[in-house]
Design a protein around this ligand. Structure first.
Ligand SMILES: [Fe+2]
Ligand SMILES: [Fe+2]
Length: 277
């Protein structure tokens, strides 16, 4: 039976700082907003690039229902078989069929409410086997019948993400953009009832450069020489969107989408200013 739901989607979780921020802040968010579903992008969860089975399990234990991924999916070899075994971690549907994992899943709550999740990769400046705009049709068939459907469009170019939002408007509950790690200010419900945001941002150290220690990133930009990148720990924030659904259609339409940008209260948080909700 379909019912109104609150869906939290958390932007790319980056390294230990991001995992800590999620563990710290998710229980409060769950209580405050009576969350029904929690989906996170986990493609940077382990050391800033990729995800290991251990850290995926850690996210699930923290209360995550579904993990989406992106271009860093296969960085850790030990996750390859895990992607085939664990139903609720998905990689872009438009990767090659021969690549491990699957691109969609349907998560069912104990009360029977269901959320279909589709992960897509952009094709501009990204490596994906097939066009997101055609593969999404097959992917949506795989989650047909779910009460709510959320699409994570993991892409570099805002144009491609905006186009996907319009393309799916009225057909899914939400289209959320990930990958750039910088939140955009364009969250809204499109006229057909699909919640949309070009990029949710990241859950990780805001004191770095999209998650990397800023001294290292600046040094690479200044020197044009390769250098080791380490994940930053400084000033961790959680960045997410909260989607509330409207009753009446399947998959549901969105009633609202709200951006949530929250500093974690850890000791490493040096500059928790500019809090916005
Ligand atoms: Fe990415
Ligand atoms: Fe990312």
């Amino acid at each position: 039976m379909q019912r109104v739901a609150a869906i939290l989607f958390v932007g790319d979780i980056v390294a230990s700082a991001g995992r800590r921020a999620l563990r710290e802040l998710l229980p409060g968010l769950r209580e405050e907003h009576a969350l029904d579903f929690v989906v996170v992008n986990g493609e940077n969860a382990s050391g800033g690039i990729g995800i290991t089975p251990k850290h995926a399990d850690e996210l699930f234990a923290a209360g995550v229902d579904v993990i989406t991924l992106g271009n860093h999916t296969y960085r850790h070899r030990e996750v390859w078989p895990y992607l085939d075994e664990q139903r609720f971690i998905v990689r872009p549907a438009n990767f090659l069929p021969s690549q491990p994992g699957r691109g969609t899943c349907v998560f069912e709550r104990e009360d029977g409410a269901t959320l279909g999740v589709v992960n897509l990769s952009g094709n501009l400046f990204m490596q994906a086997a097939s066009p997101a705009f055609t593969t999404v049709e097959t992917a949506l068939q795989e989650v047909a019948g779910a009460d709510h459907v959320l699409v994570d469009m993991h892409a570099e170019a805002t144009s491609e993400k905006v186009a996907m939002g319009w393309f799916l408007d009225g057909r899914v509950t939400a289209v959320v953009g990930t990958h750039t790690h910088v939140p955009t200010a364009d969250a809204r419900v499109l006229p057909g009832g699909t919640a949309y945001v070009s990029d949710v941002g990241m859950t990780g150290a805001r004191g770095g450069v999209i998650g990397v220690k800023r001294e290292q990133s600046i040094a690479v930009f200044r020197s044009h020489m390769p250098m080791r990148y380490d994940a930053s720990d400084e000033d961790p924030w959680l960045m997410a969107v909260l989607i509330r659904t409207a009753d009446g259609s399947r998959p549901s339409r969105a009633a609202s989408i709200e951006t949530i940008l929250l500093p974690a209260n850890s000791a490493t948080n040096a500059s928790g200013r500019n809090q916005t909700r």
